[in-house]
Ligand binder design. Structure first.
Ligand code: ATP
Length: 349
């Protein structure tokens, strides 16, 4: 029986609640004969900063590096003052994350603005406009440095093409959706940075001749995502553009309560829901646990546990489609525990 070590960082707000729900589902997968998990729960986030003076203590980072995968709740990073630590930013660097992967799709039974979106945004997460390299030479002027390197672009592009390959395999031969990677840019303005990004993406594309490769200006891409969401399969983007497009995709699909994500590198990876700490509902036991449970399914797939991942995803979809048990954000009255119980009940392993 496979056994994996999982470093768990519950974080702030609803983080610990939704992580607890996802662990309940993973435990049910184990109990049904699936893989076993050894959890190492560690502290990180704003609460950790208040208690320990740093939001990502060395012990937590060491535990993250020692584990087979890292599983996060949510962290109130906006509240952490400069110098207090940046758990997500630090992990992206220390865990050598190649890209963030955020799938969005229409879910049967859940009303959404788009009825045929099924895409994944693969986004570079260590540089670009979020390089954190800013300066202000005087009171009236401030600069942010947009950094694009060939190495990070190459890693992100490869992740995009690998996602397109895996998605096509998962869809099967009967699907009429094309395997496609759309690289997003504004090269007419950002001639050097996006020039380098596109040049690198085109090089990687040559290694995947059976996947359609195309490019779009960021503005045109945003509009086309709204008008013709079904066109997109894998969207490949630099940091800030990808950040915005992945929220458009989540909004067009089933919304934040169902949006899962992963940050994956060659040696390490961490998994987390897209939503934040939701302080307005924290501690009430009413948070929608599905985004975190779907993030756990992404973690299972990363660990090579495809059957477990598919079973968890199917259970979530079944409960959502059935519609009787739903949290408040989806128009229901169930709490997090009841929704989790229903998902565990629907697991078929
Ligand atoms: P943060 O500063 O940590 O990003 P936020 O409240 O600004 O927190 P989110 O946490 O993403 O941003 O929440 C945005 C809105 O969506 C809030 O009203 C929140 O209650 C709701 N929300 C987010 N996640 C969930 C969830 N899992 N279940 C139900 N509602 C949620």
């Amino acid at each position: 029986m496979a056994k994996y070590s999982i470093c768990v960082l519950p974080g702030d707000g609803i983080g610990p609640e939704v992580v607890g729900c996802a662990r309940g589902v993973l435990d049910a997968v184990s109990a049904a004969g699936g893989p076993q998990f050894a959890y190492d729960e560690q502290s990180a986030g704003h609460g950790t900063f208040l208690e320990q003076g740093h939001a990502m203590p060395d012990a937590s980072m060491a535990a993250a590096k020692a584990a087979d995968a890292v599983f996060l709740g949510a962290m109130d990073v906006a509240q952490i003052p400069p110098g207090g630590g940046d758990p997500l930013g630090d992990m992206r660097i220390e865990l050598e994350v190649a890209a963030s992967v955020r799938p969005s799709r229409t879910i049967p039974g859940i009303p959404s603005p788009a009825d045929d979106i099924d895409c994944v945004v693969v986004r570079e997460v260590t540089e670009g406009l979020y390089s954190r390299d800013e300066y202000q030479p005087d009171d009236d002027t401030a600069y942010a440095i947009r950094v694009v390197t060939r190495e990070a672009s190459r890693r992100t592009a490869r992740m995009a093409f690998e996602q397109a390959t895996a998605r096509r395999r998962a869809r099967g031969a009967r699907s009429d959706k094309s395997a496609r990677v759309t690289a997003v840019h504004k090269v007419g303005v950002l001639k050097l940075t996006d020039g380098l990004f596109l040049e690198t993406c085109a090089e990687i594309a040559k290694e995947y001749p059976d996947i359609i490769y195309e490019t779009r200006n960021i503005d045109a891409c945003a509009m086309e995502m709204v008008r013709e969401p079904g066109h997109f399969d894998v969207i490949l983007a630099t940091n800030a553009f990808g950040d915005i497009l992945s929220d458009i995709a989540a909004g067009l699909a089933a919304g934040l309560g169902l949006a899962a994500s992963a940050c994956i590198g060659d040696r390490w990876a961490y998994f987390e829901p897209v939503h934040g700490t939701a302080p307005d509902i924290a501690g009430k036991g009413i948070a929608n646990p599905c985004a975190t449970i779907l993030s756990a399914a992404m973690m299972l797939r990363y660990l090579g546990e495809d059957a477990g991942a598919a079973a968890v995803e199917a259970a979530v979809l079944e409960v959502l489609a059935d519609g009787q048990i739903r949290t408040g954000d989806l128009g229901g009255t169930a709490g997090s525990a009841k929704m989790t119980e229903a998902i565990v009940g629907a697991l078929n392993l």
